[in-house]
Design a protein around this ligand. Structure first.
Ligand code: G
Ligand code: G
Ligand code: NA
Ligand code: MN
Length: 252
């Protein structure tokens, strides 16, 4: 079975599911939204992690199919809920190749309109892992923003991140990669990179989300440096939409 056939079959059989990991405003102590993360159910081979099968889907030319699948799935799951809960947003990951197809904006806008969801309730994440073609990606990012979707740069600090690229891409949100949060507290503590990233974000007036937050010492450190949003197991793991709605109901 080739990787391509495996992925096509999994889409046809609806074996891909989305789980939602809460994003919390640590200043106000409330959940503001969640990131949609792909999960492959009923399969236990080498391609099980999206970190592995997303690059394969890109290589095999299947990424646009998979992204449409993700968008449809998110709205089927949470479209009605979002329409009646305007202070919650969902963040959707796009891969670098998705940013070469500007029609995706209409696809997502139409979906939002159909469900009565404000465009501000959908955020777009573009990963910084690996290389971002700034010249190609910037116009699509700006088109998303013009349509009312906020755009986040994901995994910031792991790729070719520098102030120049960050300035040119002109996003709304910077997500600080988990690897820099891991080293904030503990024996091999190192704050330097995290501090530098936060400084860059603030100088460009970007909102910041810390990823992979696992304990309250990290929360305290981040709060002190003006990082307002956190995502990580300290708050909640990614969960199916019904569990996410129940989790929100318990918090409210
Ligand atoms: O949660 P997890 O460790 O499985 O996620 C691994 C990586 O896969 C994440 O960094 C995320 O950016 C990527 N990913 C998860 N879901 C999606 C998705 O729906 N689309 C794309 N393009 N990437 C995703
Ligand atoms: O989109 P991104 O590549 O950032 O995906 C985040 C990945 O990190 C996902 O695979 C998710 O399951 C994982 N993750 C999220 N929060 C935590 C956490 O607090 N601790 C650990 N170890 N992993 C996390
Ligand atoms: Na992400
Ligand atoms: Mn990330």
């Amino acid at each position: 079975n080739s990787p391509r056939r495996l992925l096509m079959n999994a889409m046809k059989k609806k074996q891909f599911h989305l789980h939602y990991q809460p994003i919390v405003d640590i200043k106000l102590g409330r959940c503001v939204g969640a990131e949609a993360l792909l999960r492959w159910h009923g399969y236990s081979g080498p391609l099980v992690s999206p970190a592995v099968f997303i690059p394969v889907a890109e290589r095999e030319g299947l990424m646009s199919h998979l992204t449409e699948y993700v968008i449809d799935y998110v709205f089927d799951d949470l479209g009605d809920y979002l329409a009646k809960t305007p202070d919650i947003y969902i963040s959707i990951n796009l891969s670098a190749t998705d940013f070469h197809s500007p029609y995706l904006i209409d696809w997502i806008s139409d979906k939002a309109h159909q469900f009565g969801v404000k465009t501000g309730q959908i955020k777009i994440e573009v990963t910084e892992r690996g290389f971002i073609d700034v010249a190609k990606t910037t116009p699509v990012i700006q088109a998303f923003r013009a349509a009312g979707f906020e755009v986040a740069i994901d995994d910031f600090g792991t790729g070719y991140s520098n102030l120049q690229n960050l300035y040119s891409l002109n996003v709304d949100i910077l997500k600080i990669d988990k690897s820099f949060i891991d080293t904030l507290i503990g024996p091999n503590t190192s704050h330097l990179i995290a501090e530098h990233i936060i400084e860059m974000a603030h100088s460009l007036q970007l909102k910041t989300i810390a990823e992979g937050v696992e304990n309250m010492e990290q929360v305290a450190w981040l709060l002190k440096r003006g990082v307002q949003y956190c995502q990580g197991w300290y708050f909640a793991r990614a969960m199916p939409s019904d569990e996410f709605e129940a989790w929100l109901a318990r918090k409210a």
